[in-house]
Design a binder for this molecule. Sequence first.
Ligand SMILES: NC(=O)C1=CN([C@@H]2O[C@H](COP(=O)(O)OP(=O)(O)OC[C@H]3O[C@@H](n4cnc5c(N)ncnc54)[C@H](O)[C@@H]3O)[C@@H](O)[C@H]2O)C=CC1
Ligand SMILES: O=C(CO)COP(=O)(O)O
Length: 322
Amino acid sequence: MFSNISVVGAGAMGTAISQTICENTKQVLLYAKRAEVVNSINKTHFNKDYFPNIRLEDNIIATNDLNELKNAEIIFLTLPSSVIREVTRKLKDIISSDCILVNTAKGIEKNSKKRMSEVIQEETGKSAVVLSGPNIAAEMVERTFSSASIACENKEYLDKVEQVLSTPKFKVSASNDVIGVEYCGVIKNVIAISQGICEGMKINDNARFSVFTKTFAETKDLIEKFGGKRDTVDDYCGFGDIITASTLNVSRNHTLGVLYGQKIVIDEKASGVLFEGKNTIITLKELCKNNNIDCATVDFTYDVIINGINPKRAFEEFWEKL
Ligand SMILES: NC(=O)C1=CN([C@@H]2O[C@H](COP(=O)(O)OP(=O)(O)OC[C@H]3O[C@@H](n4cnc5c(N)ncnc54)[C@H](O)[C@@H]3O)[C@@H](O)[C@H]2O)C=CC1
Ligand SMILES: O=C(CO)COP(=O)(O)O
C-alpha cells in the first residue's frame, strides 16, 4: 500500500487514473489548475466539468498548489503533451529525488520532435515511466475492466508503478521498450484519425479494413525504424489501443477524422477539445521524410487533414499503395 500518490492534470485522464489507483494508496492528491475544479472535488467529490455523474472515491483530494506534491512517491502526468515540459520544469524543484514520474500523454513535442520521456529526462534528469493502452477515460473513471502497457529503463520504478496500478480489474503489462510503448500511443492517434476519415467518407468496410491491415503492418515498421520493438505493437499499447481509438466514436481523434471525411469544418481551437493527433500528423510526416521512411497511412492523413485534399482522391492514392 502506498501513502502519497499524486496526479497532475484534473481532466479526463487525470480523474480516471485517480479512480484507478486510489485503492492502492491511502491518498491521491490530484492537482488541478483551476480553483473551481479543486472546490468541486473537495466539497462534493464530483469533477463536474468532466464527469458530472461520477462520484469520486473519498481518498481523492484536489489541490491547486504544486508545492503540496513535495512528498509524492509517484506522480502521474495526465496533461496535454504540449505542457509536459513547462510543468516538469516547475516540478523539478519541488519533488524529492526518489519521486517517480509517469507520463500518460500520447503526443510528441512539436518543434524538437522529442518523446515525452525525453522531455521529462531533460527537465528533471529522471527516467520516466511511460503508460499507454486502451484507456477510454470515461470507462476507467467508473473503475471498469481496463489495461495498459508501461515501460521504463529503471526496473525499480517500473515495479512500483506496476504495483500502484494493478487491481483485480486493471491489468498491467510491463516492458523495457520505452520507445515502442511511447510511439504506439503517438501513432495510434494518427491511425484513429485515418480510420475516422474512412468512416466519415463512407468508404465500404472491406476497403476500410484492408487499409487498416496495411496500417497495422506499417506501425510495426515505423516503431522498429524509430528504435522500438515490433512485438510491442501486439501489446495493450499497440493492438489494444489502435483498435479502440480507430473504431469507437468516443475517441476524439477518431471523431476529428470522421468530420474531415464528411468535409465538415470545425474550429478546433475554439472547441477546447484536445486533439493530440493533429500536431502528430505533421511531426510524423517530417520524421518519415528525415528518415527516408514511406508510410502510406501518414501520407493519407496528412493529405486530408493538413493539405486539405479531397478525402476520396486521397483514399484512391492510399489504395494504390497497398
Ligand atoms: N482521455 C482519454 O481517454 C485518454 C487520454 N490520454 C492522454 O492523456 C493526455 C491528457 O488527455 P485528457 O485528460 O483526455 O485531456 P483533457 O483535456 O481532458 O485534460 C487535460 C487537463 O490538463 C489541464 N492542463 C492543461 N495545461 C495545464 C498546465 N499547464 N498545468 C496543469 N494542468 C494543465 C487542463 O486544464 C485539463 O484539465 C493526452 O495526451 C491524451 O492523449 C491517454 C489515455 C486516455
Ligand atoms: O488515448 C485514448 C484512449 O486510449 C483517448 O483517445 P482520444 O485522445 O482520441 O480521445
